[in-house]
Design a protein around this ligand. Sequence first.
Ligand code: ADP
Length: 336
Amino acid sequence: LVLAGCTDKPAESEVKRLEGAIFGTFWMVSLADPVSDSRLTELRQGIQETLERVDWQMSTWKPESELMQLNAHPVGEWRPVSADLMRVLALSQEISAQSDGAFDITVGNLVNLWSFGPEQRPDSIPEPELLAARLETAGYQGLELDSEAGTARRQADFFIDLSGVAKGFGVDEVARYLAAEGLQNYLVNIGGDIVAAGQRAAEQSWRIGIELPHSGVQVAHHIIPVTNMSVATSGDYRNYFEVAGQRYSHTINPVTGWPIDHRVASVTVLAPENMDADAWATAMMVLGTEGLPLAETMGLRVLMLERQGEDWVTHLSSAMVDYLGEEKAQSLLQGG
Ligand code: ADP
């Protein structure tokens, strides 16, 4: 998660804020363009409607959502899907292939088994047989998409979970809505997934605070300026459960079916579209520091925070260093 606008100065008092709830979290939009109060009310409603549409398409928490209908559709049979859902499914499949299956939306039954999905929370470690059975059916190769026909089918009885990418798509949709409304300077934040367009004031970039990964109070560890860019963070420190003092993350390693277990506590990815940033942050969270070479090959802008004893070590990919500039990058690497 990311704290946005935590460095607000009085200069930002012209910025108008809108807020609402969606996807089990909050959305926040800051507008730096001049807007009247009545227009603000319209925009608030437009944003909420945009997000509710995405929720009806992609939620696993709404039994009637389009995604849940696809999940309930008989295995092996094609089902028509909306253009939006197709776009998110297609991007997910692409990133699964590029990350060699680290990102995999077919892990839904495992997410549920580890009690992070809509099924009830057992607060215990799953039975090995059950885990093996659910792992057996999962695998992104089993999801087929026919983008020309606009249809999709599952080749095995897995459960598609878009929680690692749909929030990012929601952020992008809100940004597209605001751009279509003629706005140029705004920041959209849904539960820490952010798009920053233009500036917050003349010659002042939007600034994003990256939290120190612990579950207590929010403290900005790094502050980075962003302009016309999306930011997404995956972390193991907010959504987890504990059994016998051991913490289990909500990010699942699709190879083992177990929650990830390494010292990388959060991954922040910058990309032009938030859905890419969101999915890659999850993929990199699965891979840990072993994912850094892939970030180099793919030219991804990645910031990882790794636990080392009581301390934190920051890793930056080359593309992230290029984006931040050498001086800023050095100060982050030194913990500033
Ligand atoms: P956050 O909720 O902190 O933004 P992410 O964007 O990383 O987290 O999404 C995590 C969610 O993605 C999990 O709660 C789960 O529903 C789903 N998920 C878990 N493991 C994977 C995986 N390997 N690939 C794709 N989605 C996953």
